[in-house]
Write a protein that binds this ligand. Structure first.
Ligand SMILES: Nc1ncnc2c1ncn2[C@@H]1O[C@H](COP(=O)(O)OP(=O)(O)OP(=O)(O)O)[C@@H](O)[C@H]1O
Ligand SMILES: N[C@@H](CCO)C(=O)O
Length: 320
C-alpha cells in the first residue's frame, strides 16, 4: 500500500484552498505504488491525483519531473498535467512533504500485454522522445552504468543467498558492461521506468503514461531496451519475439533508429536487465521484516540478462 503520510481533513482543505479546482467532495488513499503517497481527489471541478513525495524522491528533482510532464503534455503526450496553484506554482507543501496535484488519467494498465499493446507502447515511447527533445531542464541518470557498481557492492556479500554463484556472475557481467557501454548514441529525455503498471490503455489504445519519477537525460535507445525487458518476456521467463517486433518496429516507424543504436540494442538490453536486477536485489536483501511492500524478484532479470547476452544481432528483437 502506498499511503505513508496521513493527511488530516483540515490540512487538505487548507491546501486545496490555494488551488482553483473547486470544493472537495471526497478523497481516498491509493494502494498501488511503492514510492510516494497518492490520493484520489474528487472535487466539484473533477477528479485529480494528489501526490506527497516521500524520502526516495529528492526534492531538488521535482521541478524536472513536473516540468517534464507539463512540457510533453503541451506537445500532445497523454500524461498527468501538473495543476498550478493560484500563485502559478506546480509544487507545494502538505503534511511536511513536497506535494503536487496532477490531472487524473482514464484507462487501465494491462497485466498481460499483447502485441497490440506493445505496438502502441513503441509508437508512444518514440513520440515521448521527440516531445522531450527541447525540454530545457537536465537530470543525470543515477542508475546508469556508473551507478551500478556501488549498487552491486551494497549487495555483493549476500547475493549468493538469493542464488548460488550470483555474485561472481554479476561481477563479470558488470566489468563487461563497464568496458563496452556505449556513450555516444543519441541522447535525450528518457522515462526510464516504463513498465506495464505505468502505462494506461483504453481498449487496445494507449491512453496515458504515468510515474515520471525516474525520468532523466540518457541514451534514447536505452529506454526502448527497458521496454523490451519489461514488456516482451512471458511469466515463465521466455522471450516473445512477436511482442518485441511490435514494440521495436512501431518505435522505429516514428523515430527511426540509426545503425549504431540498432547494433547496440542487445548491449543496452543487457544493461537495462542489470539495472533492474541490481535495484531489485538491493531491495530484496535490505527490506525491513514485515515491510508493507513485497520486493520484486531479482532473478526474473537474471534470466533476461542471460538471454540478451546470448544475442549477437538486433534481428532477435524483430529489427533487421
Ligand atoms: N494521473 C493519474 N491518473 C490516474 N491514476 C493515477 C495517476 N497517477 C497515479 N495513478 C494511480 O496511482 C497508482 C500509483 O501511482 P505511481 O505508480 O505513480 O506510484 P508511485 O508510488 O509514485 O510509484 P511506483 O510505481 O514507482 O511505485 C498507479 O498505479 C495508478 O493506479
Ligand atoms: N519498475 C521497477 C520498480 C520501480 O523502479 C521494477 O519492476 O523493478
Amino acid at each position: 500500500m502506498a499511503v505513508y503520510t496521513e493527511v488530516d481533513d483540515d490540512e487538505l482543505e487548507a491546501f486545496l484552498a490555494t488551488y482553483d479546482i473547486g470544493e472537495l467532495r471526497s478523497y481516498k488513499g491509493i494502494a498501488e505504488g511503492v514510492e510516494n503517497s497518492n490520493f484520489l481527489l474528487h472535487t466539484t471541478a473533477g477528479t485529480y491525483l494528489l501526490t506527497l513525495y516521500e524520502k526516495r524522491v529528492a526534492p531538488e528533482d521535482l521541478p524536472f519531473f513536473l516540468g517534464l510532464m507539463n512540457h510533453v503534455a503541451s506537445k500532445g503526450i497523454a500524461c498527468p498535467v501538473p495543476i498550478r496553484d493560484r500563485k502559478g506554482e506546480m509544487l507545494g507543501t502538505l503534511a511536511g512533504r513536497p506535494a503536487a496535484i496532477v490531472s487524473f488519467l482514464e484507462g487501465l494498465s494491462v497485466r498481460k500485454p499483447q502485441p497490440k499493446h506493445c505496438a502502441e507502447l513503441g509508437a508512444g515511447l518514440a513520440r515521448f522522445h521527440l516531445a522531450g527533445a527541447d525540454f530545457p531542464l537536465r537530470r543525470a541518470n543515477a542508475l546508469t552504468v556508473s551507478g551500478w557498481r556501488p549498487l552491486f557492492e551494497a549487495s555483493r556479500a549476500r547475493a549468493d543467498e538469493v542464488s548460488r554463484g550470483l555474485a561472481a556472475e554479476l561481477a563479470d557481467e558488470l566489468s563487461a558492461l563497464e568496458a563496452s557501454w556505449p556513450h555516444d548514441l543519441p541522447q535525450g529525455v528518457i522515462h526510464a521506468d516504463l513498465f506495464p503498471d505505468n502505462v494506461f490503455f483504453i481498449g487496445e489504445h494507449l491512453s496515458g503514461v504515468i510515474d515520471f519519477y525516474f525520468a532523466c537525460n540518457d541514451t534514447l535507445a536505452y529506454d526502448l531496451a527497458i521496454c523490451l525487458n519489461a514488456w516482451c518476456f512471458e511469466h515463465d521467463g521466455s522471450f516473445n519475439i512477436t511482442k518485441a517486433r511490435a514494440l521495436t518496429q512501431a518505435y522505429n516507424h516514428v523515430r527511426p533508429l540509426d545503425a549504431a543504436e540498432l547494433a547496440a540494442l542487445p548491449l543496452l538490453a543487457r544493461g537495462s536487465a542489470m539495472r533492474f536486477l541490481l535495484t531489485r536485489l538491493y531491495d530484496w536483501l535490505h527490506h525491513p521484516p514485515g515491510a508493507l511492500v513485497k520486493p520484486k524478484n531479482p532473478l526474473e532479470y537474471l534470466k533476461r540478462l542471460r538471454f540478451h547476452r546470448s544475442l549477437s544481432s538486433p534481428a532477435a528483437y524483430g529489427l533487421d
